[in-house]
Write a protein that binds this ligand. Structure first.
Ligand SMILES: [Zn+2]
Length: 182
């Protein structure tokens, strides 16, 4: 749980205005989130809190990558992951973090952004995950895929060739019959 300590920002003592925070995302971050699609996201998160009266505007910029199975060969591929997300926090009477604008009650001294960061990391995962060049894909898997497709096309070709011959032999007598009519 200590891995999430940097994501709990003590805002009470913060002066009005902007404050910058840096956090590192790696596998340890995901230990507290057992239902992650992947725990292999690495990068840096820059968080700016802008404290304005009873509101805190939080902007989170992430730059890093996710290690995910390639759509083509299933071997791990590093895909770039960047996003800029924001969270608005209202200081009020009752704590409510289910709404789009969070409300933090007087008992709160810290703003815990670990849950939204976890969600942002997953929401922003690219849907297309491919080695940039086909040569970078696992050659064994690619050989298997190529062999599979070659075998199929050979079978198709073979059978169409056979039926072609059958047609030829069917047609030939008719042609011969036509020739005979002339
Ligand atoms: Zn690949």
């Amino acid at each position: 749980m200590n891995h999430l300590a940097p994501y709990r920002i003590a805002f009470v003592g913060l002066k009005p205005g902007k404050h910058d925070f840096q956090m590192e995302v790696d596998k340890l971050f995901f230990e507290s989130f057992p239902h992650a699609e992947t725990d292999e996201i690495f990068g840096n998160l820059s968080v700016t809190l802008d404290k304005l009266g009873s509101r805190i505007y939080c902007v989170a910029d992430f730059e890093g990558f996710a290690k995910l199975p390639c759509d083509r060969c299933l071997e791990p591929v590093n895909v770039k992951l960047t996003f800029s997300e924001r969270l608005i926090v209202q200081l009020g009477e009752l704590t409510d973090t289910d709404e789009e604008i969070w409300t933090l009650g007087p008992e709160c001294h810290e703003l815990d952004i670990s849950q939204p960061v976890f969600e942002w990391l997953h929401l922003n995962l690219p849907s297309r995950r491919l080695h940039e060049e086909q040569d970078e894909c696992d050659p064994e898997v690619m050989d298997f895929l190529v062999d599979g497709s070659t075998r199929t096309s050979t079978d198709l070709h073979g059978s169409s060739g056979d039926s072609g011959k059958d047609e030829d032999s069917d047609i030939d007598p008719r042609w011969n019959a036509l020739k005979d009519l002339k």
